[in-house]
Design a protein around this ligand. Sequence first.
Ligand code: PRX
Length: 630
Amino acid sequence: MKKITSQSDYQQVYNESVEQPEKFWAEVAEDFVWRKKWDKVLEWDFHKPEVKWFVGGKLNITENCIDRHLKDKANQTAIIWEPNDPTKTSLHITYQQLHDEVCKVANMLKNNGVNQGDRVCIYLPMIPEAAYAILACARIGAVHSVVFAGFSSGSLVDRINDAGCKVVLTSDGSLRGEKKIDLKPIVDEALQNCPGVVKTIVFKYTNSKISMQAARDVWWHDEIKNTKPVCEPEVMDAEDMLFILYTSGSTGKPKGMVHTCGGYMVYSTYTFQTVFQYQQGQVYWCTADIGWITGHSYIVYGPLAAGATTVMFEGIPSWPDMGRFWQVIEKHKVNIFYTAPTAIRSLEKAPLSFVHQADLHSLKVLGSVGEPINEEAWHWYHEHIGRSQCPIVDTWWQTETGGIMISPIAHVTKVKAAFATFPLPGVQPAVMDEKGAELFLNGVEGRLTIKFPWPSMARTIYGDHQRFKETYFSTFPGKYFTGDGCKRDEEGFYRITGRVDDIIIVSGHNMGTAEIESAIDEHTAVCETAVVGYPHNIKGQGVYAYVICYEAPQDEEKLRTEIREMVSKVIGPIAKPDKIQFVSGLPKTRSGKIMRRILRKIAEGEMNNLGDTSTLTDPAIVDEIKNGAL
Ligand code: PRX
């Protein structure tokens, strides 16, 4: 694989990757352990859509993430686990220990009836067992579906049933800052509506008092006791399913994005090495939760396949104080630090003394992911955390893309504040105008699509290929539509401007407005709801809900609290509306469609520039909403 060491190398490698993509990716894939080499690098048709990479190839991703490192790195730390409570001991898990633990969990799964192809739901806190569980599933060819442990029982039900999970791995509880959250009761509640689940394996962690249902629930420590630390990796087809991960849609239920073994492995590893320019021996820390794609690709699979030392942090940035991230960097001498703009914005508000108290000289590269990073946050991060010496890789990608798509390459390509800059080798973006024509020049703005496949792209939505086609391949036939808007400036730098559909990104979490609306509608007092995003100076976007009640509420504050609790119960606390405005009607067109454009403008505080409202059934409602805006 050709190393990229300068801007001109990048240009050359990029050009080669576009001119001969199959040759390019075959060379990258040579660096992995395959049980059988592929017969063909790529088969694709974006109209069907169907994409297959490394066709006929056989492998196991865990052999690449673990076994192949045992020759020379058995005693190197694979995972540094930093607990929630800084007074507790952190763990340094070597590649040998990782091997043994993953094999034990794999054997535990087999003993509990998990077979190749079965779906396993992982609902665990950020503890090493979550990483073991993911890798153990991959080792035996079971498909993991990790659900972020902040989601409620309702979200868990949808995800478990949609994927047809047979087994759930969970713990009694989790720790986040000062809070202890009991997870098992959430699972118990969910499983009342999940008839397909036959086994729950519970990791004892917080010692919370929980109930165990005979026959269904077993303790992890009992089940793992006599398992062997050896488990042969299952030989998988490159196109076998590796995992399902749910992401919000602009309509309907979350979409179970399907990722497959070969292409995902190659791409997550290649991009990890390329973007961060990871050097052997360095310590890398991505602060994401394992429940999101960032945790999958850039805490677990990518770094481990690259033989890196990856930090897994259980805690939160603000506890015991706002210096926690910086203390962890000093403690573990972190060289590469990858976090989200929302975290940067909240830490930026804290006194700088928190930053200055820690020695951050180990840092070489900074990363950002999950939402557009505003210039102010970019400069603060660059200056105060990176001592104006560390490049910031602003990485644009999605659950669907499986890996980073547009990003600077650390210390190699140019950076520009608030720009994701250039596509990585093998990635072919196309900016489209609203009519569907590609904009070839620089200095343009439009919708971001990708016109050629890359190895880690999602292959389908689990159980709903038609929805996959409609969501991603119908707006611009023959191209993958990202749902994002972007600019390409005069020099060819890409800047992602945000979603152009009804998805909002709150603190880096993707949420469908329709999903939040239907959660609010579950409150008995509520007749109809419209949810939009508005700019929020820490979360990036906040949730603004316009709510019509059957009767004017007697106590608005009380009802707001109840509505927030309802959303928390149905989806999870991350989706709670920041602002709830009670209204007597919504601006609708004669065909009954809510004009969200108007609601968005009002939520943004732009009262005077609402555009044409003449097609509304009741234009007067706009004034009422404007006057009551929060
Ligand atoms: O709108 C883009 C935004 O996050 C969306 C994908 O969210 P999700 O699937 O949860 O994955 C997040 C982690 C990869 C994108 O459609 N987004 C992600 N990264 C950036 C971004 N927007 C701007 N700049 C980024 N670096």
